[in-house]
Design a protein around this ligand. Sequence first.
Ligand code: NAP
Ligand code: GLV
Length: 315
Amino acid sequence: MSAFLFVTPSWDGHSWAKALRHVAPHMDVRVWPDCGREEDVHYVAAWLPPANALKRFPNLKAIFSLGAGVDAILSDPTLPSGIPIVRVNDADLTGRMSEYIVLHVLMHHRQMRRLADNQSKRVWENFDQRPASAMTVGIMGLGVLGTDAARKLLMMGFKVVGWSRSAKALHGVRCFDGASQLDAFLNETDILISLLPATPETDGIINRELISKLSCRGPLGAPVIINAGRGRQHVEADILHSLDTGRLHAASLDVFASEPLSTASPLWAHPKVVITPHNAADSDPAVICSYVAGQIARFERGEELVNLVDLKRGY
Ligand code: NAP
Ligand code: GLV
């Protein structure tokens, strides 16, 4: 007996199970907490799994993250060792993220909030509008998502710079890498995007000091931050302070250290903040189940799993 278990306490596991049964009708699919015989569970797919959930299965062969990020899986101190962890790398999710990035870059670049505010007051203010080529977008994280977003922003005419852990060569993108080149990257950046994973190195990286190093030479006179990576990367108090002092022009935040964002958070009502509920790039059950089923079929034929998480790097 070889069973597949969904551990998705914050999502409807049964609709995920239905999507998997649709593409893999032969599979014995179970939904947490109804795990059945723990020895039977060979594959787990997880999103925000409860701590200690994954250690219960002695015959586990692979863990699938149902998103691109794996921080919530890796943070479990009792995560069984030696089990491969596969993350999502799929064109559907990647395309969704690039839609979000292009939308928010354009929204700030074309000053849509100002236009909407003017419309609400019946004000006809035809302010100066600069072309995309006057704006440099800096992407922190040039992985699967950052690379696709960079390509699409280049197509729109934006200048794009990028920063990653290891050196990269991306056509049309000026690439910086490592801690020693972070300041030079920030100095070029008018709109900063985070598509970094959550790791100890990236925790709190978007703080007052980093913001003070961003370019103020862009068309808006102060930088913009768009965080679609993970909420732990930005320091909320520093974002608010920088917005209130004018060092930051605006922020789009899709992710938060604590989700859902508390109704008491001052971010909600801030006129320079755009909040989205961690839906920059949703995981579509049909698409992701087809990806997972394909990986399992190949694995059971003796092929390698792909898009494996590197536990040493933490992503
Ligand atoms: P990925 O392919 O693993 O890319 C991660 C990038 O970050 C890589 O370029 C990596 O550098 C860079 N990086 C990691 N640690 C770094 C550090 N300390 N300093 C500099 N660069 C560093 O991941 P992905 O698929 O693009 O996804 C990125 C993240 O997006 C996920 O981990 C997740 O947190 C987030 N996400 C959010 C949503 C949403 O809806 N908001 C949806 C999907 C994903 P190297 O290339 O040198 O390794
Ligand atoms: C979503 O946040 C993901 O990591 O896919």
